[in-house]
Design a protein around this ligand. Structure first.
Ligand SMILES: [Zn+2]
Length: 187
């Protein structure tokens, strides 16, 4: 079942002006997620991309990055990224954190997921953002990769959610705050 999402996004019409198989101009883009060629019959789906991010604690402070690149340069971000082909979400997240911060994660556990819109090179992507909570295994090795302008360590109560680059992160952060406010169940 394809949800009806209204008129075709003009950014998709601009990016996919020809059928990628037979080069017929003006393939239909149904519901912003399915390219259909009236000439050769090609059907191509724009699928949801999986991304993972972690609210990563170093002691009682969250490790946050200031984005050095578009989209949303200058906004706060949690470490993470897109999951590669043939990679588990957990392995992809550990890889991203290793690449971005140079550290391993311990006590990784799932928190929540939210949909997100991600614009890159004027092409809108739909993502499923999966959020986890974890701790830095080796804080002395923390360092920021090139796509992070600066690392900031903040206690959750000191984080202004409006500074997060993405709506999905703001929503997951509310789930995190609620979880932190709930006393842990007795063992
Ligand atoms: Zn075609």
């Amino acid at each position: 079942m394809i949800p009806d999402s209204g008129p075709t996004d003009p950014r998709l019409s601009r990016a996919f002006r020809y059928c990628p198989r037979c080069a017929t101009p003006g393939p239909a883009i149904l519901d912003n997620r399915q390219l259909q060629c009236p000439c050769c019959g090609l059907r191509f789906f724009f699928n949801t991309a999986a991304a993972a991010a972690v609210f990563l604690f170093a002691g009682n402070r969250l490790v946050l990055g200031v984005r050095a690149e578009e989209p949303r340069r200058g906004c706060l971000d949690v470490p993470g990224g897109f999951i590669e082909f043939d990679e588990s979400v957990e392995a992809g997240l550990r890889r991203e954190v290793r690449e971005e911060l140079g550290v391993e994660i311990r006590d990784l556990r799932y928190l929540a997921s939210f949909p997100n819109d991600y614009l890159y090179a004027d092409i809108p992507y739909k993502t499923a953002d999966l959020f986890f909570v974890g701790a830095v295994a080796d804080p002395a090795h923390l360092r920021a990769a090139d796509d992070i302008a600066e690392l900031v360590l903040l206690e959750p109560a000191a984080v202004d959610p409006a500074r997060f680059a993405f709506a999905s992160t703001r929503r997951a952060f509310q789930v995190l705050l609620a979880a932190l406010a709930t006393p842990a169940a007795p063992a």
